[in-house]
Write a protein that binds this ligand. Structure first.
Ligand code: NOJ
Ligand code: CA
Length: 588
C-alpha cells in the first residue's frame, strides 16, 4: 500500500485553548455494526448513523468515536484492517463517511476515528505480500517473522501469549505447503503484528493520519497504544525480562511524538486519544506530555468497583497524574470490550477484569440494583473534571446480554477460549430504537439483526424512554444539559467536602456532587438547592432535611454561590466546525 495520499498543507498553528475541545467533551462511542442499520441487511452502517444524527444532537454530545469502519474480514469486529483509506462496503463508502463527518459538524458534533497501529488484517496487501515473499525479504520486515524452535522448528519462537488465548505465534506455510516461518500476533492469527522498527510502517501510519485529518476528523483513537514496539531479541516472558518485551516500552513514545507533530499541523483542534491498559497512572501520564497524545481512556476508572474509598483513590490518582503533565482527565464506565455497566454493578463483584469475566459471568445479577447504581455513576462521571465517554446504549441502561447462544457469538475472545470465556458480544447487541419486539427499529421490520436482541427490551427503547420523566435517557439528557450550562463543570477544580466512609462528596465551584455508595441514607446538607438526583430523595418529616438514599447521587447548588442562576435558561454555544482550510464538502 503506497503512501500516495495528497496532503492539503495546513499551516502549523498551536491550538488555542478554545480549540482544545477534548478537554471537557462528551464523546459518544458508536459501535457501528450495532448502532442503526440504514439498508436493512441487519448490520449497522453509516447511512443508519446519518439518519440518527438528530438523536445524537438532541442528547447533547460533542463528538462521536467510531469503532473501525475500514474494509475488513471482521475477524475481530473490524480491528483487523485490510485498507486504512477506505470504508467497508457493509458500512458504506468513503464518500458517505466524508458526508457523515460534514453533516455531524453542521450539528456541532466532531468525529473521532479508530486507528489500529499494532496490527493489520491478514488480508492486508502487505501481509499477503509478506507471505508470498521469502524469509529475510523487505516484505517480511514489516512484520515479525521468525523460524520456530525445537525439532523442525515446530515450536513457536517464544512463549508470548495472545490476548485472545493460546500462543501469540502462528506458523506460515511455504510455497509447496510445507510448514515455514512463524509470525507474531498479540491478538488473533488474523491480526499480524506490524514491526515498528520498519521505516515503512512508520511512514504508512503517518500518511494514514493525514488522510483522515484531511477529511475533517477531529480526533484519532489509538488502539492498543502501549503495545507497538517490541524488544528486537523477542525474549521469553518466562525469562522475566525488564523492561517488558512489548508493553509500555520506552521507544514507543517516539512514535507519538511524530504523530503529535502531525495533529498540531492542522487547524481546528485535532486530538490523539490513547487506549492504554496500564495499571500505573504515572506510566499512563507519560504518554500525555505536551508533545505526545492529548488524552487517554481512563480504564482504571472503568475497572473500579462500586466502592467509595477505591473510587475516590482512583479519581485522586487520575487527577494527580494528569495535572502533573497538564493533560485533561477522562472518565469511562463502559465500552465495546467490557461488561455493560448495569450488569457489572448488579453483581457482588462490581469491578471489571478480563481475567475474572469467565467466572463472574455465571454469578447472579440484580439488574434493578445495577441500574440504580449506573444512574448514580452517570451523575458522578458527568460532574468530574475532564471529558466523558458514553458507550452507545449506556444512556438507555442496556444490560449485558448474557444468554446469547454460543453459535451466534462472533468474538475471537470467546472462540479462541474454546467457549469458556463469554467474550464481548454481550455488550455489542444492536440498539433498540422503537417498537415492542425485535428488531426494535434497529433494522427494517422482518430483517434479522446480526446479533439477536432480547425480546424483553421494549421498555428500554429510545422511543419508550423519550420524554418520560425518570427514564435513564431523560436523566442523561438532563445531566448533559446542566453540564453544558454550568460554568463550574467546565472550569472549576475538584474539592473534596467529606471524608465520610461510603460517600463521595465534592464541590466544583458552586456545584456539589454527592454519591452515596453506602447502605444507609445520608442527610442532604443544608444550604443547597437540589438540581438533579439519580433517584428520588427520602423526604423526612416536615422540618427534617431530605436524605440521599443508598446507591443514589445528587447535584446540589450552593445557595451562597449558586452553580446556576435559577431563572437562567442554560445555553452554551455549539463548538465551531473544524474543517481544515481547503477541504471540500462532498456532494450530498
Ligand atoms: C482494543 C479494541 O478495543 C478491541 O476491541 C480489539 O479487540 C483490540 N484492541 C485489538 O485491536
Ligand atoms: Ca446495513
Amino acid at each position: 500500500m503506497a503512501a500516495t495520499t495528497p496532503h492539503s498543507t495546513v499551516a502549523v498553528t498551536s491550538p488555542s485553548t478554545a480549540a482544545q475541545w477534548w478537554q471537557n467533551a462528551l464523546i459518544y462511542q458508536i459501535y457501528l455494526p450495532s448502532f442503526a442499520d440504514g439498508n436493512g441487511d441487519g448490520i449497522g452502517d453509516l447511512a443508519g448513523v446519518r439518519a440518527r444524527l438528530p438523536y445524537l444532537a438532541s442528547l447533547g454530545v460533542d463528538a462521536l468515536w467510531f469503532t473501525p469502519w475500514y474494509p475488513s474480514p471482521m475477524a475481530d469486529g473490524g480491528y483487523d484492517v485490510a485498507d486504512y483509506r477506505d470504508v467497508d462496503p457493509v458500512f458504506g463508502t468513503l464518500a458517505e463517511a466524508e458526508r457523515l463527518i460534514a453533516d455531524a459538524l453542521e450539528l456541532g458534533i466532531r468525529t473521532i476515528i479508530d486507528v489500529i497501529p499494532n496490527h493489520v488484517s491478514s488480508a492486508h496487501p502487505w501481509f499477503r505480500a509478506a507471505l508470498a515473499a521469502p524469509p529475510g525479504s523487505a516484505a517480511r520486515s514489516r512484520f515479525h517473522f521468525r523460524p520456530g524452535r525445537g525439532p523442525d522448528g515446530r515450536l513457536p519462537p517464544n512463549d508470548w501469549p495472545s490476548e485472545f488465548g493460546g500462543s501469540a505465534w502462528s506458523r506460515s506455510t511455504g510455497p509447496a505447503g510445507a510448514p515455514a516461518e512463524w509470525y507474531l500476533h498479540l491478538f488473533s492469527p488474523e491480526q499480524p503484528d506490524l514491526n515498528w522498527a520498519s521505516p515503512a510502517v512508520r511512514a504508512e501510519h503517518e500518511d494514514v493520519l493525514r488522510f483522515w485529518y484531511d477529511r475533517g476528523v477531529a480526533g484519532i483513537r489509538v488502539d492498543s497504544a502501549s503495545l507497538l514496539t517490541k524488544d528486537p531479541a523477542l525474549p521469553d516472558l518466562a525469562a522475566s525480562p525488564d523492561p517488558h518485551p512489548y508493553i509500555d516500552r520506552e521507544d514507543v513514545h517516539d512514535i507519538y511524538r511524530s504523530w503529535r507533530r502531525i495533529a498540531d499541523s492542522y487547524a481546528g483542534g485535532r486530538c490523539l486519544v490513547g487506549e492504554l491498559w496500564l495499571d500505573d497512572p504515572e506510566r499512563l501520564a507519560r504518554y500525555l506530555g505536551a508533545d505526545e497524545l492529548h488524552t487517554a481512556f481512563n480504564l482504571a476508572f472503568l475497572r473500579s468497583a462500586w466502592d467509595a474509598a477505591g473510587t475516590r483513590a482512583c479519581i485522586d490518582a487520575t487527577l494527580a497524574a494528569h495535572t502533573a503533565v497538564g493533560a485533561p482527565a477522562t472518565w469511562v464506565l463502559c465500552n465495546h470490550d467490557v461488561t455493560r455497566t448495569v450488569t457489572r454493578y448488579g453483581r457482588t463483584d462490581t469491578s471489571f477484569s478480563f481475567a475474572a469475566k469467565a467466572q463472574v459471568h455465571a454469578a447472579p445479577v440484580d439488574l434493578a440494583l445495577g441500574t440504580r447504581r449506573a444512574r448514580a455513576a452517570a451523575l458522578l462521571t458527568l460532574a468530574l473534571p475532564g471529558s466523558v465517554y458514553l458507550y452507545q446504549g449506556e444512556e438507555l441502561g442496556l444490560p449485558e446480554v448474557e444468554d446469547l447462544h454460543p453459535a451466534r457469538r462472533r468474538d475471537p475472545m470467546h472462540i479462541r477460549s474454546g467457549g469458556t470465556d463469554p467474550g464481548r458480544d454481550g455488550c455489542r447487541v444492536p440498539l433498540p430504537w422503537s417498537g415492542a419486539a425485535p428488531p426494535f427499529g434497529f433494522t427494517r421490520q422482518g430483517a434479522e439483526p446480526w446479533l439477536p436482541q432480547p425480546p424483553g427490551w421494549g421498555a428500554l427503547t429510545i422511543e419508550a424512554q423519550d420524554g418520560v420523566p425518570g427514564s435513564m435517557l431523560e436523566l442523561y439528557r438532563a445531566a448533559l444539559r446542566l453540564r453544558r450550562s454550568l460554568p463550574a463543570l467546565r472550569d472549576a477544580a475538584l474539592e473534596w467536602l467529606s471524608d465520610d466512609a461510603g460517600v463521595l462528596s465534592f464541590a466544583r465551584g458552586g456545584l456539589r456532587c454527592m454519591v452515596n455508595m453506602s447502605s444507609r441514607s445520608l442527610p442532604v446538607p443544608a444550604g443547597y438547592e437540589v438540581l438533579l438526583t439519580s433517584h428520588a430523595l427520602d423526604r423526612g418529616r416536615p422540618g427534617e432535611l431530605p436524605r440521599l438514599p443508598p446507591d443514589t447521587a445528587a447535584w446540589l447548588s450552593d445557595t451562597r454561590r449558586p452553580a446556576i442562576a435559577s431563572s437562567a435558561a442554560p445555553t452554551v454555544a455549539r463548538p465551531p466546525a473544524v474543517l481544515p482550510p481547503g477541504w471540500r464538502t462532498p456532494d450530498s
